[in-house]
Design a binder for this molecule. Structure first.
Ligand code: ADP
Length: 165
């Protein structure tokens, strides 16, 4: 793939997990620039962390990858892509359950912006069942999340939900 192509990776990242990081890292090897787009105010779901904190986690977790940027948006994904002159929307696919929603979103986005291609990367097997909501659930019950999220997120979750003795 040409190195001058910018791909955006949109999401809520509430909070970012090692599954998200894996997709961004692999994307950064294939595209010239990857812009992680944080949805500031998710329409469909309530969030645990506000946009400032979610952005801080992303920046901390991704700081070692030179061709990755972090930005936030509150508009259509394709508008956000245009803002960065990106022609690729990069998404991670976990199980079949992701497929139906992502398939519909990709078709809708294609309708809105035929020049922007949605590209899917399969989740790495070890992250196939990892989700932000799963992480929050484990943490809320005092379970260990250190292998599932970046260090900065694990630390914050421990503050919010002290581990059970
Ligand atoms: P979630 O679906 O966990 O609430 P987001 O809305 O932040 O997370 O997801 C943004 C993108 O990241 C989606 O394309 C989603 O499929 C992908 N993604 C989420 N978790 C993983 C994972 N463990 N491995 C690969 N991709 C993932």
């Amino acid at each position: 793939m040409p190195s001058n192509v910018t791909a955006i990776v949109p999401g809520t990242f509430d909070p970012v997990t090692v599954g998200h990081i894996d997709i961004v890292r692999r994307g950064a090897c294939k595209f010239g620039r990857v812009v992680v787009g944080l949805v500031e105010t998710p329409l469909r779901k309530s969030h645990l962390f506000d946009a400032d904190e979610r952005e801080y986690f992303l920046r901390e977790a991704l700081q070692d990858i030179p061709n990755v940027e972090v930005d936030r948006f509150n508009c259509l994904v394709v508008e956000f892509a245009r803002r960065w002159e990106a022609h690729v929307i990069l998404k991670g696919l976990r199980a079949i359950s992701d497929f139906e929603y992502e398939f519909a979103m990709a078709q809708l986005n294609r309708k809105l912006a035929p020049d922007i291609e949605t590209v899917f990367m399969m989740a790495s097997p070890e992250h196939s069942f990892l989700s932000s909501s799963g992480v929050k659930e484990i943490a809320a019950f005092g379970g260990p999340v250190d292998d599932l999220v970046p260090t900065v997120v694990a630390r914050r979750l421990r503050e919010l939900y002290p581990p059970r003795a």
